[in-house]
Ligand binder design. Structure first.
Ligand code: PLP
Length: 396
């Protein structure tokens, strides 16, 4: 059976060119970048070249890039690091109610440590209002953390406007841009962002490596203590092959970003139009235009998202409900609930996230395959409204 992967927000396949760039660092060029000899210098040079690649992609300076072990670590480093380093100035953090768990749970942990966190509401498209950010900031606020683009529904936040608010109020602004980097143009200076998290495996790079942009002058305590790597900002021997892979992956993503965004947006619209034309009672979740090019979240009334996922998987199509980390949990997505989606609709939601390998033929296959699956599930579902007694009686 042909397998169609439409779950690129969960993870992406490694690009062949990225793998090729990494291989020498998994074989012969195995040095520890802190060593003073030839092997160490080889590794150091490779890391610094990757740092330049990442910095260039973000409009940052190379020494403002810290390599980490994943996106989750970047988020933890930014939020805990700033909170701990600025404890004497204040204990208040502003974030949104639709963040990924990497941000949400970090904030909850800090709450348990005595910090105060404001979780801003969103509108029905999942959008945070810059005015609400301004209204939430107090003289005790040390950090605002609002994600760039949502991993479930794809809504893109007004980052420049939030950056402006934070700049005016002198508050450090972090954005979890893990779903946005390589898909949307990003310039940290234009956007007024002080810290930005990214992760290689979301942009056709390897798993287990991420980066955090930290604007010069921003104070953050390290998460890991030990050696003096990464300018004393992250102790640990660097994952040279992973870092080299991240550098190459981000460079390649940015190269064809505009054309790929256009192609994926067209595929996303074809998919939604096809499904909406063939299936009743479907709703699109998220902003229809201010949205990640390849992300489409749809609620199918009267069915469980998990049942749809299993049905599609049997037909060879891989999709997700909610974020990958929560897809095994039966609870409706906190993102959809925050957007005001009814819990039963939220439970029937499916996220399609398209990527490089997807074609119009893949989309058409899903558009053909899904309607009978939904029909079958609705026929079995107790949630499906039954014909009224009156309708049944008159039909007899
Ligand atoms: N933040 C967002 C928005 C994400 O989508 C993800 C991954 O799903 C993460 C954070 C966590 O990144 P990682 O898997 O690299 O730890």
């Amino acid at each position: 059976m042909k397998r169609i992967y439409m779950d690129h927000n969960a993870t992406t396949p490694l690009r062949e060119a990225v793998l090729e760039t990494m291989l020498p660092y998994l074989r012969d060029q195995f040095g520890n970048a802190s060593s003073l000899h030839f092997f160490g210098m080889q590794a150091r040079a490779a890391i610094e070249a990757a740092r330049e690649q990442v910095a260039t992609a973000l409009g940052a300076q190379p020494d403002e890039i810290v390599f980490t072990g994943c996106g989750t670590e970047s988020d933890n480093q930014a939020i805990k690091g700033v909170a701990w380093a600025n404890r004497d100035r204040g204990n208040h953090i502003v974030t949104s109610s639709i963040e990924h768990k990497a941000v949400m749970e970090t904030c909850r942990y800090l709450e348990a440590q005595g910090f105060q966190v404001t979780y801003l509401p969103v509108d029905r498209y999942g959008m945070v209002s810059p005015d609400a950010v301004a209204g939430a900031i107090t003289d005790r606020t040390v950090l605002v953390s609002v994600m760039f683009a949502n991993n479930e529904v794809g809504t893109i936040q007004p980052i420049a406007e939030i950056g402006q608010v934070c700049r005016e109020r002198g508050v450090t602004f972090h954005t979890d841009a893990i779903q946005a980097v390589g898909k949307l143009p990003i310039d940290v200076t234009d956007l007024g962002v002080d810290m930005l998290s990214l992760s290689a495996h979301k942009l056709y790079g390897p798993k287990g490596v991420g980066a955090l942009y930290v604007r010069e002058g921003v104070h953050a305590d390290p998460l890991l203590h030990g050696g003096q790597q990464e300018g004393r900002r992250r102790a640990a021997t660097e994952n040279v092959a992973g870092i080299v892979g991240l550098g190459k992956a981000i460079e390649l993503q940015v190269e064809d970003m505009a054309s790929e965004a256009e192609r994926l947006t067209a595929l996303r619209e074809r998919l939604y139009a096809g499904l909406a034309a063939r299936i009743d009672h479907v709703h699109r979740n998220g902003h229809p235009t201010r949205c990640l090019p390849g992300t489409l979240d749809v609620s199918f009334e009267y069915v469980e998202g998990e049942a749809i996922i299993l049905g599609l998987d049997l037909a060879g199509v891989a999709v997700s409900s909610g974020s990958a980390c929560t897809s095994a949990s039966p609870e409706p997505s906190h993102v959809l609930l925050a957007m005001g989606v009814e819990p039963t609709s939220a439970q029937g939601s499916v996220r399609f996230s398209l990527g490089h390998e997807n074609t119009a033929a893949d989309v058409d296959y899903v558009v053909e395959t899904l309607p009978p699956i939904i029909e079958r599930l609705r026929a079995m579902s107790v949630l499906t409204p039954q014909p009224s007694f009156h309708e049944t009686a008159s039909a007899q």
